[in-house]
Ligand binder design. Structure first.
Ligand code: CP3
Length: 345
């Protein structure tokens, strides 16, 4: 058997590591001058459509901060475009879809996608990255989870109350079931294609799932997330399952069967891990806004996360959600150094 050289991949499997691995959600982005220099010339979608550029941007935080994993530069909403939804990223507002899914009628216009051909540029970026990355730095592919992507398509953008989504779920459960099932199949195809192209681990982002209570999660979401995660696991790569505001959902998320569960900062890491049980790895969970603190406070907060992980195999250090665009990159590098220096076994 091959020895796994990446400490990130080892931690996903709860194997012993030399030091705790660390990477950051949304580690490539506007807080880095190197990113902004490229972003000035292209839109986000144009960047993603150019595999060399997507690969270059993916590598920027690896080179600048020494993180232990690279996450492919793409977006969870890319697959909605070949499905037939008009996606735009509006400055200062975020993603917008001007032909959202609202009724049973809309089922008819959803296109079935083929990720390898419709999103071939993403697969191409993965191939370039695998050539360029060493065995020590793993490449993470990712996709949105069925609920979060379905929510975007139904709401047409970010939402506070998820009024349209929940109304559809409660009033027309069969339509919801058919829709989320189509979304889940599309996302599964996208995720599995990334693994086939060379992604060494995958993360499923269910960023907005915390708006649901446990019984709704169990009834309307879990079966689809589980099916998707199982399809990725069948490809023999570790799967990370992440959501925010998930304290009451963690035991159900565990039933979806990922190798690693991502925790946000609202729950102390040891309490989250206890709810999940020790037979799963955990990723997290520094508050992204802690990166705006003075050195002594930042030290305390990083130490707190590490103390709660207590050196147990299966901890991957990360933030509790994505990096803010106003973060000072030096602070990011400092956290990488703290985690590596303080966890030498
Ligand atoms: O982590 C990485 O470095 C890889 C790249 C990545 C992006 N989006 C690039 C991006 C990843 C992993 C994502 C995931 C993503 N996209 C999520 C899940 C994670 C999370 O934060 O909850 C979500 C919900 C989206 C949808 C999305 N895309 C939003 C809400 C926005 C607007 C946010 C903003 O800050 O404006 C995007 C745009 C986006 N995706 C940017 C980046 C770098 C900013 C684009 C820009 O340069 O203008």
């Amino acid at each position: 058997m091959n020895v796994i050289k990446s400490r990130f991949l080892r931690a996903c499997h709860r194997m012993p590591v030399d030091v705790t691995p660390v990477w950051f959600m949304r580690q490539a982005g506007r807080y880095m001058a190197e990113y902004r220099a490229i972003r000035e010339k292209f839109t986000l979608l144009e960047m993603v459509e150019r595999p060399e550029i997507a690969a270059e941007v993916t590598l920027q935080p690896v080179e600048a901060h020494g993180v232990d994993a690279a996450i492919l530069f793409a977006d969870i909403l890319l697959p909605v475009v070949p499905m037939g939804f008009n996606l735009k990223f509006v400055k200062g507002e975020g993603p917008r879809i001007d032909n959202p899914f609202r009724t049973e009628e809309d089922l008819k216009r959803i296109q079935k996608i083929n990720a390898v051909t419709d999103l071939g540029h993403v697969m191409e970026a993965i191939k370039i990255l695998r050539e360029e990355l060493s065995d020590e730095v793993a490449l993470i592919g990712f996709s949105g989870a069925p609920f979060t992507v379905a929510s975007y398509i139904i709401e047409g953008g970010p939402s506070k109350e998820y009024h349209h989504v929940k109304s559809l779920m409660y009033a027309y459960p069969e339509v919801w079931g058919e829709f989320i099932s189509l979304v889940a199949d599309t996302l599964t195809d996208y995720l599995v294609s990334q693994i086939d192209a060379g992604a060494q681990a995958v993360q499923v982002f269910d960023s907005w799932v915390g708006v649901l209570c446990p019984s709704d999660y169990q009834q309307y979401v879990l079966p689809y997330s589980r099916k998707m995660i199982q399809a990725a696991k069948a490809k023999d790569v570790p799967v990370i399952h992440f959501g925010t505001n998930t304290t009451t959902l963690l035991p159900l998320m565990k039933e979806a069967g990922s190798d690693v569960i991502g925790l946000d900062w609202r729950i102390p890491l040891d309490e989250g891990w206890k709810l999940l049980g020790e037979d799963v790895a955990v990723q997290g969970n520094l508050d992204p806004i802690a990166l705006f603190s003075p050195r002594d406070v930042l030290e305390e907060k990083v130490k707190d996360v590490l103390d709660r992980a207590d050196g147990r195999p299966g901890h991957i250090f990360n933030l509790g959600h994505g990096i803010s665009q106003h973060t000072n990159p030096d602070q990011v590098k400092t956290v990488v150094e703290m985690v590596h220096d303080w966890t030498v076994k």
